[in-house]
Design a protein around this ligand. Structure first.
Ligand code: FES
Length: 318
């Protein structure tokens, strides 16, 4: 067996050569910059085998957990099969389990797919046609749910939105690929404060992370902030209030721009005002790119380490 396989292609690697050198010598267009393990430009993902420990230096626990490594400083001693970092893999069949509105413009789609392994909070690619593909985060838990659950905002005239609302019914076939992303609970210290901040359907990955944290017995305080443009967008509110009432260490803070204090206002401002333990908390940020970037900056300026921040930033797609 070859020491190095890229996707399904064996690649010659000479003694003492790095994976990056071998890929480039084989004519594979692998990105790189520093070639010293600092910039992470060359990052790839191992799908079979274990990367040498030093080829993951500087990566977060979440990145290590999904097999990311740095080819420019990797000299494998045992067989590795690798793919590019964003490779979602082959798509598999999925069958619609249910589709229901949870607010005026958000639907909860559940699909069943065999052998789809994921961590709650990661995202998948939903394929509803040759040119109709979107990424959605997973709110379900693989140990509890027989389906994959996504929360999807409907956009007027959006092609996927129309497909979901006009043509899709239980039993219909779709395809899914993935999972991808490092927005999952694994690797968080069970004693540290866990702070989940999101807006709109950013609740989906946070809901997955929250469920996983509770299932794994997270003992530190957990604070979930969910924001919406108006109160109709605070979907799952009843369920989350019941969950928070039953847990001593869970606080749920919904907020919307059309409500009065203490529930009114902007979710980022609410969370930043309320939080105090920036240096010791694990943060999860999910929502639009502007919100996530603003929060990352503000948290960092208040003392949070970038390594303690996991995020999933969405770009709206209909
Ligand atoms: S090229 Fe910079 S880390 Fe590999």
């Amino acid at each position: 067996m070859s020491l190095l396989t890229y996707e399904d292609r064996p690649v010659d690697i000479a003694p003492g050569e790095t994976v990056l050198e071998a890929l480039l010598r084989a004519g594979i267009d692998a990105p790189s910059s520093c070639r010293t393990g600092n910039c992470q430009t060359c990052m790839h993902r191992v799908v079979a085998g274990t990367p040498p420990e030093d080829s993951q230096s500087g990566l977060t626990e979440a990145q290590k957990a999904i097999g990311l490594f740095l080819p420019c400083i990797c000299k494998p001693k045992a067989p590795l099969t690798i793919v590019s970092r964003d490779d979602a893999g082959a798509s598999i069949d999925a069958v619609v389990h249910s589709i229901e509105r949870v607010s005026h413009d958000i639907v909860r789609l559940r699909v069943e797919a065999e052998k789809f392994e994921y961590r709650p909070g990661q995202f998948l690619e939903l394929i509803a046609g040759a040119d109709l593909k979107r990424h959605y985060s997973l709110a379900s838990h693989p140990e509890d749910d027989p389906y994959l659950e996504m929360h999807i905002r409907l956009h007027e005239n959006g092609r996927m939105s129309r497909r979901l609302t006009e043509a899709l019914e239980p039993g219909h076939r779709l395809h899914v690929a993935g999972p991808s992303g490092t927005c999952f609970y694994e690797g968080v210290d069970a004693e540290q404060p866990l702070v989940l901040i999101g807006a709109g359907t950013g609740l989906a990955p946070l809901y997955g992370v929250l469920r996983d944290a509770l299932k794994r017995g997270h003992r530190g305080p957990i604070r979930l902030y969910h924001g919406a443009r108006d109160s109709r967008g605070l979907y799952l509110r009843d369920e989350l209030e019941v969950l928070a009432a039953a847990r001593d260490n869970l606080v749920y803070r919904p907020c919307a721009l059309d409500l009065n204090a203490p529930l009114g206002g902007d979710v980022a401002a609410l969370a930043l005002d309320a939080e105090t333990e920036f240096e010791h908390s694990a943060f999860f940020l999910c929502g639009g790119v502007n919100l996530v970037n603003r929060l990352k900056h503000e948290l960092f300026m208040r003392g949070a380490s970038l390594r303690s921040i996991r995020f999933d930033a969405f770009i709206p797609a209909g």
